[in-house]
Design a binder for this molecule. Structure first.
Ligand SMILES: Cc1ncc(COP(=O)(O)O)c(C=O)c1O
Length: 410
């Protein structure tokens, strides 16, 4: 709450809301730059490449802030590759993850000279071999290991447990690395894990690194030299207090890898670089009571910000009202789903209809997961630069945007 007050000046927010309407996403450039700085400082003694996970927020202007600071990109689709290149990320700082890359996407990645492709199955390796041989292009790849480690987070954002769809077992990975030796266009250079999101302990990372270190030792004995250890993203962001200091993570990781030479660490932060930088401004439409429960109905909804509905995520709500009288209520949107809520059972100054509320920590997995469900127009985005300057970085959609790709039959 304090972070919202500190970084998002109330009168400026009101001005932006009246000029561009609501709901609207507002981001602070300063918070993004501060997050980059704290990662860089924490890992200053490590040979490291930061690859921002574009899925967290792929807005061109926001991505270009990161690209200009020398950050790389972690992408999971041809669309994200296109966005990454447009935003100015250097191809040799791009890693391509994802369980279902198509032949066309692999082709696009090879042609774009990305640093490496994080292969997630034997079948994918076969297709990569086919594409690479066809274009006579060396495919630098890593294999995403499923280390069967529980990061103790929400089940929808746990990705490193066996029985899930991500990565392959170590045994399968060894088979794949061995297989690649037979083909000159396949070049194994990395090993990757991504354990999940919202991880608050270093323990799962340390366990994964131990596993990787043992595996790359075995691989080097078999003539396969791994140059990149990619530990994925997932570093937690407390919705109220912001990012956990990356120094904690750096200390734990460095203690494991400082003796290595010729190996670069890759880390793929998404949420931790962007979440705290964004707020969603929404307007109170109505208030009502159902049984004992109070509802504040706002014009932002699950289509704008789905995390509370999808994961039960709890985000801070800041009220711009100064009313001394308080109200305990659910903050809900106009979407026709009982699951459409932005916050539940929170206490806030009783707002007047027309007052603004800010939902905090929405910079990651906010706009990028938004949709037009209920034929609602996706919200615009604003970037705050300095104390009073702001720029529109995405326009609000129009009704025409809802149907312009639809084909009307005669
Ligand atoms: C492969 C990969 N890397 C990095 C990330 C980023 O995770 P986070 O936003 O939690 O840092 C994800 C998120 O799903 C991912 O799938």
């Amino acid at each position: 709450m304090d972070a919202i007050k500190k970084h998002f000046n109330a009168s400026l927010i009101k001005k932006i809301a009246s000029k561009f309407g609501t709901p609207i996403f507002v981001y602070s450039e300063k918070i993004i730059l501060d997050s980059i700085k704290s990662y860089k400082t924490a890992f200053s003694k490590t040979d490291i490449l930061f690859c921002y996970a574009l899925k967290a927020n792929s807005n061109n202007s926001l991505c270009s802030i990161l690209a200009k600071k020398g950050i790389g990109a972690d992408i999971v689709s041809g669309g994200e590759l296109f966005r990454a290149l447009k935003a100015g990320f250097e191809p040799q700082k791009i890693v391509f993850s994802g369980v279902g890359k198509t032949e066309e996407e692999l082709n696009y990645a090879l042609k774009s000279n990305v640093l490496m492709i994080n292969v997630e199955s034997f079948d994918e390796l076969e297709i990569l071999k086919k594409v690479a041989s066809k274009f006579k292009k060396i495919a630098n790849f890593s294999i995403r290991i499923n280390p069967d480690i529980d990061p103790h987070t929400h089940k929808f954002i746990t990705t490193g447990k066996l029985g899930g769809k991500f990565g392959v077992s170590l045994k399968e990975a060894f088979r794949m690395y061995e297989y690649s030796k037979k083909f000159k266009f396949l070049n194994p250079i990395g090993m990757q894990v991504h354990l999940g999101s919202q991880i608050y302990s270093v323990k799962p990372y340390v366990m994964a690194i131990d596993l990787i270190l043992a595996a790359i030792k075995k691989l080097s004995e078999r003539g396969i030299n791994i140059k990149y250890i990619d530990i994925g993203g997932g570093w937690g962001v407390d919705e109220i207090r912001g990012m956990r200091p990356p120094a904690i993570l750096a200390k734990a990781i460095n203690s494991k890898i400082k003796h290595l030479s010729g190996i670069k660490l890759i880390i793929e932060p998404g949420r931790s670089l962007m979440a705290s930088a964004g707020i969603l401004i929404t307007k109170v439409l109505y208030k009502k009571k159902s049984g004992d429960k109070n509802f504040i109905i706002v014009n932002g909804a699950m289509n704008d910000f789905i995390r509370p509905a999808l994961y039960g995520a709890k985000h801070p709500v800041y009220s711009f009202s100064r009313n001394k009288k308080k109200l305990k209520a659910d903050i809900v949107g106009p979407v026709c789903e009982s699951g459409d809520f932005l916050a539940k059972d929170i206490e806030l100054p009783l707002p007047e209809n027309g007052d603004l509320l800010a939902i905090g920590s929405v910079g990651a997995y906010g706009q990028s997961m938004s949709s037009q469900y209920n034929s609602r127009l996706r919200a615009p985005e604003i970037l705050l630069k300095g104390k009073s300057e702001y720029k529109l970085i995405r326009k609000r959609e129009s009704f025409r945007d809802l149907i312009y790709k639809e084909v009307r039959l005669p």
